[in-house]
Design a protein around this ligand. Structure first.
Ligand code: SP5
Ligand code: ZN
Length: 349
C-alpha cells in the first residue's frame, strides 16, 4: 500500500481551541500524523513523498482566491498588527462574524482590522492559525494530489496522511480544524486525470459540511456521509441533515446518514452499506477517512469498534474501483494508528 507522506504536515501547531469562550488544548496535534505514519509503516506500507506544490493548481478549482490569499497571508498580518505582544494572542482567531444576523442584507465589507477580517473566512473559534499552518495545510493538499496521481497511474488503493484535515473547509471558508479541503483536491486530481464520476465516501464521525458545500450542485461528484446526528447537538450543527440531497444539477447526488449517539457497529455498517450502494457505478472513490467514530475517541459518541473499521474498509473495497483515502479526524492517540491500519486493511480485502 503506498502511503503519501510529507514532513511538512507536522509544522501546524494549533496551540489551543477556544471552545465556548474557554481556551482548551488543541486536539488536532502533530502527533496524530506521526502515530499514523509509524503504525502504517509497521504494518508494511511504503511511504511515498508528497510532490511539493502538486496541489496548487487543484486548490484553485476547489477554493476561492480570496480564501487562499487569506490563509497564505493572515498570520503575517496578525504579527504586523502587534498581536505577538499580547499573551495568548499568538495565533489568528476571529471575534466577529459577518453572518446574516449581523448584516441582514447590508453590503459585505472588507474590514481593515485583521482581527475582524478573520471572521469573514473562519466560521468558528476552534481553528487557529499559527506561523506554519499554511505550510502544513498546503503539504496535506499536495499529499492528496499525489495520491490521486498514483490512483490515476493504476494503483488500486492509495492513502495520504493529510493533516491538518480538510472536510470542514468550504469553497470560501474554514473551520472544524480544517483549512484546505484535501478530499476535494483528490477529486479534482482524479477528474483531471480522466475519471468522470467520482464518489466521496466520508466516514469521519462528523459531517463534512465543507466537502458537501463544494460539490452540492455537482451531478458527477457524489458526496455521501455517515456521521453523528448534528440534530442531536454535534458539530457542525448547521449541516449534515438527511434532507440535504443536493441542488440544481446535483439534486439527488448528496446523501447524509445521521446516526444517534452511541449507535455502535451495526447501525454504522448498515450506513456504510447504504453509502456504498449510493456510490456504485462511479469511476473512482475518495474516502474521507476519519476514525473519530471509534469507541474511545474523545470527540464523538458513535462507538465503532476496530473490527467495525476493518469491515467498513472491506465494504468500500467491494465497489472495485480505484480508491484514494485521505485522512480526516481521529483524536485518541493510543488507538489512532491501529484504527487507521484496520480501515486500510479492509480497503485492501
Ligand atoms: C476533522 C474533524 O474531525 N473535525 C472535528 C471538529 C469538531 N470539533 C468539535 C469540538 C467540540 C468540542 N470539543 C471540545 C474539546 C476541547 N478541547
Ligand atoms: Zn471528525
Amino acid at each position: 500500500l503506498p502511503v503519501v507522506w510529507s514532513d511538512e504536515v507536522l509544522r501546524h501547531e494549533p496551540g489551543a481551541e477556544i471552545w465556548v469562550g474557554v481556551s482548551t488544548p488543541g486536539t488536532e496535534v502533530p502527533e496524530r500524523a506521526t502515530v499514523i505514519r509509524d503504525a502504517v509503516v509497521a504494518a508494511g506500507a511504503t511511504l511515498v513523498p508528497a510532490v511539493a506544490s502538486r496541489g496548487a493548481s487543484l486548490l484553485a478549482e476547489v477554493h476561492t482566491p480570496e480564501l487562499l490569499t487569506h490563509l497564505e497571508s493572515v498570520y503575517d498580518e496578525w504579527v504586523a498588527a502587534g498581536f505577538l505582544d499580547y499573551p495568548g494572542q499568538d495565533r489568528v482567531v476571529p471575534y466577529v462574524f459577518p453572518t446574516p444576523a449581523m448584516l441582514d442584507g447590508l453590503p459585505a465589507r472588507r474590514p481593515t482590522a485583521i482581527h475582524a477580517r478573520a471572521g469573514a473566512f473562519c466560521y468558528d473559534t476552534m481553528t487557529l492559525i499559527g506561523p506554519d499552518t499554511w505550510a502544513a495545510a498546503r503539504a496535506a493538499a499536495d499529499a492528496a494530489a499525489t495520491a490521486a496521481d498514483l490512483a490515476a497511474a493504476g494503483t488500486p488503493v492509495t492513502y495520504a496522511i493529510t493533516r491538518p484535515p480538510g472536510h470542514h473547509a468550504t469553497p470560501g471558508g474554514y473551520g472544524g480544524s480544517c483549512y484546505l479541503n484535501n478530499a476535494a483536491v483528490a477529486v479534482a486530481g482524479l477528474r483531471a486525470a480522466g475519471a468522470r464520476r467520482v464518489a466521496i465516501i466520508d466516514i469521519d464521525a462528523h459531517h463534512g459540511n465543507g466537502t458537501q458545500a463544494i460539490f452540492y450542485s455537482s451531478a458527477e461528484v457524489r458526496y455521501a456521509s455517515v456521521h453523528v446526528d448534528p440534530g442531536a447537538g454535534w458539530f457542525p450543527h448547521y449541516a449534515g441533515f438527511a434532507d440535504e440531497t443536493g441542488v440544481g444539477a446535483g439534486a439527488g447526488a448528496n446523501l447524509n446518514l445521521p446516526l444517534d449517539p452511541g449507535s455502535g457497529d451495526a447501525a454504522w455498517l448498515a450506513g456504510v452499506e447504504e453509502l456504498c450502494r449510493f456510490a456504485s457505478g462511479v469511476d473512482a472513490v475518495v474516502v474521507s477517512l476519519g476514525v473519530d467514530a471509534a469507541e474511545l475517541d474523545p470527540e464523538s459518541p458513535l462507538r465503532v469498534s476496530s473490527d467495525g473499521y476493518r469491515a467498513t474498509g472491506a465494504l468500500i473495497a467491494a465497489l472495485g474501483v480505484p480508491t484514494v483515502a485521505v485522512h480526516e479526524g481521529g483524536y485518541h492517540l493510543p488507538t489512532l494508528g491501529a484504527l487507521t491500519v484496520a480501515t486500510l486493511t479492509g480497503l485492501q480485502d
